[in-house]
Each structure stands twice: as structure tokens, then as C-alpha cells.
Design a protein around this ligand. Structure first.
Ligand SMILES: [Zn+2]
Length: 145
């Protein structure tokens, strides 16, 4: 879905690279508390699983994400890492999860203008409940390809 949203609207192609290389992965994710992608957590994620050839590393887990500016969020992106809290998706709504991932990719590829959009129809609207998928021209111009 991320590719279906980003490619026709912004000429950004999203491709799955691979899972972790076996030599990079460990079986334990050693962090405490909610996910906030602090430097300690970024390091722990690298130790948990990494692939140097990937542009964006996406981690799925059941740990709560720390609130950001008052929002209750189910995914977070910082630098080259995205964490998706799958525990908030108990109904197995994969379309919603994919739209959330597309939204997080927007944060990754628009680092200077990667904040949220004010329109509920926009993919980068702060909450996903509206189901917005539009990527407006102002954001398309900010994409790093
Ligand atoms: Zn966001």
C-alpha cells in the first residue's frame, strides 16, 4: 500500500528489501519503558536487527509508544528507523497498518517538511482514523528521492 500511495502521487517507489541478515540479529530487544527512539533505543534496535543495505528499517512489536505532543500514536519514525506498535491493531487491520507505515515513510522521506498536515484527507494528517491518503503538492516538492 505504501508504494500504491507514494509512487503515483510523488514518484517515490517503496520496495521491500529483506528481513534482518542472520549475523546482525539477536533474539532480545533490550530496552525498558515505552518506545521513544531515544539514542539508547536506537542502539538496541540496531543490535536487535539491522541491514546496512536498507534505507529505512521497520520494526514491528507489541510495545507501547511514548506519546508525542499529546497524540496517542501507534508508530514512530526517527532518522532511519520506524517502530510500529502492533498491539494497538488487535483486529488485524492490515490495511490500517499499511497506511500507518506509508505515513511513517512520509516522515522519513520528508525530513525538513515531514511534520503533520492539517487536512484529514491527507496521508500525513496526525491521526490515522480519518484514513486520508492524499499527498499534496507542497509535500511532494519536499521529498528526498
Ligand atoms: Zn506522523
Amino acid at each position: 500500500m505504501a508504494n500504491a500511495l507514494w509512487f503515483p502521487q510523488a514518484n517515490v517507489r517503496v520496495e521491500f528489501h529483506s528481513v534482518w541478515t542472520p549475523e546482525s540479529a539477536t533474539s532480545q530487544f533490550n530496552v525498558k519503558g515505552p518506545i521513544d527512539l531515544s539514542q539508547a533505543q536506537m542502539t538496541a534496535l540496531y543490535e536487535y536487527g539491522n541491514n546496512w543495505a536498507a534505507n529505512l528499517l521497520v520494526y514491528f512489536g507489541g510495545r507501547t509508544i511514548a506519546g508525542i505532543r499529546g497524540y496517542s500514536t501507534n508508530a514512530i519514525t526517527d532518522r532511519n528507523k520506524t517502530y510500529v506498535d502492533t498491539s494497538t491493531n488487535s483486529k488485524q487491520d492490515y490495511a490500517k497498518m499499511a497506511r500507518t507505515l506509508a505515513h511513517e515513510i512520509g516522515h522519513f522521506i520528508c525530513p525538513t517538511g515531514g511534520g503533520h498536515d492539517g487536512k484529514a484527507t491527507d496521508l500525513m494528517f496526525a491521526t490515522n482514523k480519518s484514513g486520508g491518503t492524499q499527498i499534496r503538492r507542497a509535500r511532494v516538492r519536499q521529498v528526498i528521492r
